[in-house]
Design a protein around this ligand. Structure first.
Ligand code: NI
Length: 388
């Protein structure tokens, strides 16, 4: 830990890395240039123990320390979002239809700079550090793919940490919270099969729009009347499609939506509740249905002991007044949850909100950060690596 506070913060390098990556964003599972850039910089710093091409473009760099201690995995996600950048900053995206609007460019810059700095003080590292550069956080669950390709073994990882830049918090601060930090994210599809007919003769049809309308409101009773008020769940119908014109009752109605929860037992109970409601409405209104529930990312749950490590490192590196604890719950979802299901770990957010920059929310076409946040991330990642 003392060693971490002695490490010089490579401010210029952090900004240079981040701006290069920001200008050259790549979408999920296409992060080939990003991976090449990371590999070149790691090798240049003497980090030769690399596993590349993990989950297509992922990289694992292992650094053995000079002191006994745990195997600590530090993770950065690498992918950008399929959208155009609206800002006209000098480092704006050079690629149409791709933008680092979630801050993953900053995550890579932080972890890469941390790896390079730690390689110079490897004798002081307790245990081993695995630097995990992960593809495809924005949807295809690159984290899960990396686990399936052995990311948590050889060496056997004991604990893991990850951060996210966050516009909800002032630059200089981190946000910490015990237990659930981010929600689960699942999807559903309901197809209601009615019987079409003339809009003026509803008694000769079976109207799927009437059924869908009732289901939208009925689903809201899962949160308001079935789950205890102290707990939380979100059931959102995001797409409801049916019909073609004003005087025709259609055959079908399709509903798509998302379900979010912080508690795994509540999460697991939702599809049964939803299907009971779908079946009930369809039975009452004489129609058939299809119900599909697609499991996505589980809740991201912090281990209390690992969170204590984050608190301790945060207090030493940033000052206790800059550790916001407990930080707000956030209904985002995050695939780091898969590693944190298998190993004790902690996830925290790093504030990017400065006087001028860092106010736009994540996934905004004008997303940008106060780049001093990169220094905070660097201090945290090096501090965690040097904490025995
Ligand atoms: Ni993100």
């Amino acid at each position: 830990m003392l060693a971490a506070s002695r490490l010089e913060v490579p401010s210029e390098q952090l900004v240079r890395y981040r701006r290069h990556l920001h200008a050259h964003p790549e979408l999920s599972l296409e992060e080939f240039e990003t991976a090449n850039f990371i590999e070149r910089e790691l090798r240049d710093a003497g980090l030769g123990d690399l596993r590349t091409g993990i989950a297509k473009t992922g990289i694992l760099a292992t650094l053995k320390g000079g002191k006994p201690g745990p195997v600590t995995l530090l993770r950065a996600d690498m992918d950008a979002l399929p959208m155009d950048e609206a800002s006209d900053v000098p480092y704006r995206s050079k690629r149409d239809g791709a933008m680092h609007a979630c801050g993953h460019d900053g995550h890579v810059a932080i972890l890469l700079s941390s790896a390079r700095a730690l390689a110079r003080v490897r004798d002081e590292i307790p245990g081993t550090v695995v630097f995990c550069f992960q593809p495809a956080e924005e949807g295809p669950a690159g984290n899960k793919m990396m686990i399936e390709e052995g990311a948590l073994e050889n060496p056997h990882v004991d604990r893991c940490f990850a951060l996210h830049l966050y516009s909800g918090l002032e630059v200089g601060k981190i946000g910490v919270r015990d237990g659930p930090f981010f929600a689960s994210s699942d999807r559903f599809r309901v197809l209601l099969k009615g019987k079409g007919g003339h809009g003026a003769m509803p008694h000769t049809s079976v109207d799927p729009i009437v059924a869908a309308s009732q289901l939208v409101t009925l689903f809201q009773t899962i949160a308001s009347r079935e789950i205890a008020p102290k707990d939380s769940v979100v059931v959102t119908v995001g797409k409801l499609q049916s019909g073609t014109t004003f005087n025709v009752i259609p055959d079908h109605a399709e509903m798509l939506g998302t379900v979010r929860a912080f508690d795994e037992s509540i999460r697991l109970s939702v599809p049964k509740r939803m299907e009971r409601m779908v079946a009930g409405i369809c039975s009452a209104l004489r129609m058939e249905y299809e119900f599909e529930y697609l499991w996505g990312y589980p809740p991201t749950v912090n281990d209390v002991k690992m969170n204590d490590v984050v608190r301790e490192v945060g207090a030493q590196m940033l000052g206790a007044q800059n550790v916001a604890d407990p930080y707000d719950l956030n209904f985002w979802a995050e695939d780091m949850s898969y590693m944190m299901e298998q190993r004790p770990g902690a996830y925290f957010v790093v504030g990017v909100r400065g006087p001028q920059l860092g106010h736009e929310p994540q996934h905004s076409a004008r997303y940008d950060i106060d780049e001093r946040a990169l220094e905070v991330g660097f201090k945290m990642m090096t501090g965690l690596a040097l904490h025995g």
